[in-house]
Design a protein around this ligand. Sequence first.
Ligand SMILES: Cc1ncc(C[n+]2csc(CCOP(=O)(O)OP(=O)(O)O)c2C)c(N)n1
Length: 276
Amino acid sequence: MDKSNINKIQNFSKSIRRNIIDMAFSAGASSAHLGGALSIVEIISTLFCHVMKYNDDPQWQDRDRFILSKGHACLAYYAALCEIGYISKDELQTFEKDSSKLLGHPVINREIGIDFSNGSLGMGLSLGIGVALSLKKRKKNNRVFVIIGDGECNEGSVWEAAMAASHFKLNNLFIFIDNNKFQQTGTNDQIMKTSDLRSKWESFGWETIDIDGHNIKELCNYFESMEDSELKPKAIIANTVKGKGFSFSENNNDWHHSILTKKLYDQALEELEVNK
Ligand SMILES: Cc1ncc(C[n+]2csc(CCOP(=O)(O)OP(=O)(O)O)c2C)c(N)n1
């Protein structure tokens, strides 16, 4: 993986963080899910900047498919759609405002590259299975990428889907589990332990790895070195930090859903500059 590619993805991540705080600030009192969006920035950047196949037409038949199952983290998704030119910067500022296409959870709108609505946790993997199965039946080689939360793994539907994906040998299906150890009202350990996610996904018949979800090199290396010898779906346990990127939000679950004040917005802008 050459350095210029890594730099490109790093810059993309930085733009995504900038878009995220701009949107959160413009949402004002409506507040925004900041923590869970910031933990997936490097994952989403690597996917949109390096891994996924798409072009200028959001409805291109041969595109790879992306599903943000933890839909509340949509700030990161909208930010990425802006960076690839599907949403304008002006449109980002309409986040959570009347008549906006950019609601607090993604609503299907294929004209701007949102293929699925999400927000009710536990649905996205099943959607991904349907798409992956249909692609296989039509002998297409597009891939399907799904991001779910570690807290979302408390949902029983996730495990029913996990079982189905390996049964149908969906090696075109990739799932990132955003393992930031928190959920809405506390840590996973407090609410419902997810324990050893890797052995759980493995036991459901998935090819599974653990990765640092903020390390772009590691994320890229996984896709470059992956050998698809077995017909298994792939689970990437991405170890992340909720609220990653800003000193006030890292590992602080008050930022699951909160209001970004002018003072903290200015601080975030400064920190973005320092962490160039
Ligand atoms: C079916 C369902 N139950 C409850 C919620 C409310 N809810 C929103 S975010 C969240 C926490 C999910 O945890 P995780 O997937 O780990 O998200 P993260 O902590 O990364 O933001 C919950 C319970 C929901 N959106 N859907």
